[in-house]
Ligand binder design. Sequence first.
Ligand SMILES: Cc1cc2nc3c(=O)[nH]c(=O)nc-3n(C[C@H](O)[C@H](O)[C@H](O)COP(=O)(O)OP(=O)(O)OC[C@H]3O[C@@H](n4cnc5c(N)ncnc54)[C@H](O)[C@@H]3O)c2cc1C
Length: 484
Amino acid sequence: MSPQELITQLRSFLPPEAVLHETEDLKPYECDGLSAYRQLPMIVALPHTEEHIVKVLQLCYATNTPVVARGAGTGLSGGALPHAQGILLSLAKLNQIIAVDPLARTARVQPGVRNLAISEAAASHGLYYAPDPSSQIACSVGGNVAENSGGVHCLKYGLTVHNILKLRVLTIEGEVLEIGGESLDSAGYDLLALMTGSEGMLGIVTEITVKLIPIPEKAQLVMATFDDVQKAGNAVANVIAAGIIPAGMEMMDKITIHAVEEFLHAGYDLEAEAILLCESDGGTGEVADEIERIFTIMQQSGATKIRSSQNEAERLSFWAGRKAAFPAAGRVSPDYYCMDGTIPRKQLAQVLQGIEQLSREYGLRCMNVFHAGDGNLHPLILYDANQPGELEKTEEFGGKILEMCIHAGGTITGEHGVGMEKINQMCTQFRSDELAMFHAIKSAFDPKELLNPGKAVPSLHRCAELGAMHVHQGQQKFAELPRF
Ligand SMILES: Cc1cc2nc3c(=O)[nH]c(=O)nc-3n(C[C@H](O)[C@H](O)[C@H](O)COP(=O)(O)OP(=O)(O)OC[C@H]3O[C@@H](n4cnc5c(N)ncnc54)[C@H](O)[C@@H]3O)c2cc1C
């Protein structure tokens, strides 16, 4: 079907302003948070209701038109990158909190609801929604489900998959699936877990039932300064080994500390090689006890300075620096490329050294800011896309970081998804029979491969062309590997 015919069909059931096709109207949708990759869609559809989405999908299915879902477009792996011959399906207008049930401690929300809006709506009941990506003021819950997003507090409270109960999902044929339930387990395969993190490739999420938990009575933060990254890495391991599960445990390296401090004046120590932020939350007595233990462990691990927040304003200001690390990168460099590998905590110092070495080799600065408690690294490679060849050099540097994560026994994504950005590294992470299984699952849901095609799961042909060497679960010993 020609683009004009598709537009006419879409306008037969969507309001005229909900179908965009002029270049200037398509421009805002050409990329997500990973601005290095850009592509204009053929058409943008902005449905207002689930019935609208059903009709869009039925049209796509009947005409073999690719369809890419988009929430708020804050994704960092190119997951919502449009398809040139496809419809970009924006879920932004489905932004209603349908119900908050304080007794069941749940909320039912549409996919375009902002993450933070759930906690705002539940606050009057003393409840909140735990997963808190740093983008939470903007990102949508539908996007969070599709990426299985985490955040600062997921070490203690889990990722999105641990905090949702039920999904309403539309298949590419426009059929409604109700997945999950009110009870802890259900019969059959766990489709809720399968759908969570499926990057818009198996279905379109149209309603989410999330779990709410009580707002903790108290939260307090310890900020510890280290003169050596290795010592900070060891401190992380020592806290966990002591049986403490902090509400958040974040680390920043020197270059990040400077970028953030110049931007926000959060009170970070500019002499530090690394700063650890470690939060405790819960009952007042429990927090006081945990903070004392964390303080002692930081001292024993060689921290040069330790402060604990004395009030809520100070706690928030300590966090403000960490939460603004990405914008701070944007202040010190024309462009940045955010990676998202995860490694076993014990490998932190070694992998950070490897990244530093790569940074010198490529002549590109790299800020390291990350969820240290879960070993989820976010190296931000600073580059200038206007310099010829610099993006390609950055991609190569980023690819080597991800491969280093696999070699260290980790994975290529902790929470941002594979999207377009990490698709080549999937060939290193998985064997061809594992990838074939992913393709079989995809075709069970989407036999015509119309939902977000070309993302997240590489074709076997692509992997063969790359000649990627598969490394399973870091079987090769990291210490024995050649340094990049
Ligand atoms: C400054 C900054 C900080 C960030 N911090 C974090 C962090 O701490 N933790 C974290 O996990 N992420 C973080 N992110 C990444 C991003 O915010 C998350 O991945 C978020 O979940 C994306 O939500 P979105 O609504 O913007 O989704 P989009 O970017 O619009 O889409 C992401 C993917 O989800 C699919 N999708 C969207 N909606 C639906 C739907 N309804 N049904 C099916 N598929 C759908 C899209 O096709 C795409 O593949 C950060 C991003 C930025 C810019």
